[in-house]
Design a protein around this ligand. Sequence first.
Ligand code: PA5
Length: 490
Amino acid sequence: MKLRLDSGFTFDYTHLYGEEGDGKVTAADLEGLKEALGEAHEAVKTMRATGVVRGHLSKDGTPEKVLSPQLPFVAEGHLNSPASIARLKAFGQRVQKETDVVVSLGIGGSYLGNKVLFDVQCGEFWNMKTAKERDGWPEIYFSGNNIDARRTADLIAHLKHRAAVMRSHGGRALRLMLLVISKSGGTLDTMSNFMVLYDALGKVPDIEMEVVAVTDPNEAKPTLLKKLAMDKGWETFAVPDGVGGRFSVFSEVGLSLAACIGFDIDGFLAGARAMDEACRGDDVYENPAMLNAALKFAASEIYGRDIEVMMPYGDYLKSLSEWYIQLLAESLGKGEDRDGNQTPYGRTPLVAVGTTDMHAQTQQHQEGVLDKVVQFIRVEKWPEDQVIPNVFPEAEKLAAFAGVTMAEALEVARTSNAEALAANNRFSAVFSLPELTAFHLGELMYLLALSVAYEGELADVDAFNQPGVEAYKRIMGPRLAEIKKTAGRG
Ligand code: PA5
């Protein structure tokens, strides 16, 4: 059972869907959802055309449009316009020429998608390469994704060291950019790290520091970050109204970081656009977002498989799984339906990576409670591959897998895992990307984002708010104030 797009992107749901008696989601199950799926499709169409999503309210309780589906479509008057994309690219060219190090500060939706773009484009050893090997693109560090004094101190020490090396070997100051990303402009995690770094590194004579702010662009009612940017003349990019954090990777949140690493912005948006177009039809078997949502919803509601293990095969895709965790959890984990009835909904997402977690989680996937769908992500063709050499022919067990390439071994591990799970009535599915390009990544991330819109409709929850994250904030704010008062700090 496969849905294959012209681009080669494939959704294989063989181990999730089958005949009556197979114990999997059936055609009859989807038939039972027919009316709800029809309504969901109409609702998604309305969202695309007008931004209106029934029952969606902003944080302050007022109706708010959902404009993220517009982001892939670059057009005059859209959130991404030809001029805004040209400006991003010009920004990228300037960064490539004039910046040695970028620290990207953000959390949640202002971090997770950016980390995916970085990992896919740059990999683990990017910052250890020379500027020439990086083709002039800057070193990239992330901060603000936690409130961790030790890591922040390490980052400061490291950047001071980098500055000293630049002075002694390059004969000039280190050109550092703090790219501060916060829609609300006041998030504790992001802004506390920003303030600490700004203070500590701004004083270093061997560092030339520049700040670029990515925040709500409203000048009449500016966020704290926007106000600072206006007062201090920092360059700004926008997190537009109607684009929630977890949907913002296609906005200037993701694209500003993309511009700093030479990531293919056009390809990424084109992939998202292609996926949007593939999801226009009302036949559930031909519409990848609707099909994914319908199968996962049925798996959860009818078969009790309400945990989704997002398991890409490949180290540099772990952050994609982490991005998805936020997308699923914040979008669908809701206490009430859109009429205010207390009917909690939400499939629980889990991060896993193949093959790593086959040596950690798979025992439970294979034999534990029947409550999971393992969602694999597969890259069909990796740019690099190595034949495992037969360097120890005397060791029979090692010689047995010598001669196989690492990519082949990775895929055999994945298919073996899927087969073993299926043999024990465990649900799984696969998203296959022909290659790990910006285009196919755009397809996949957009598909997942649109899927939660469909599932929100099926479950009748507001997929675009996150009222639950306000509860701890109401407790935390006064406690911080109390600490400061007790300590007598000004
Ligand atoms: O999805 C969300 O809205 C959140 O995860 C936010 O992105 C996160 O809390 C960061 O918020 P902000 O961008 O306002 O700093």
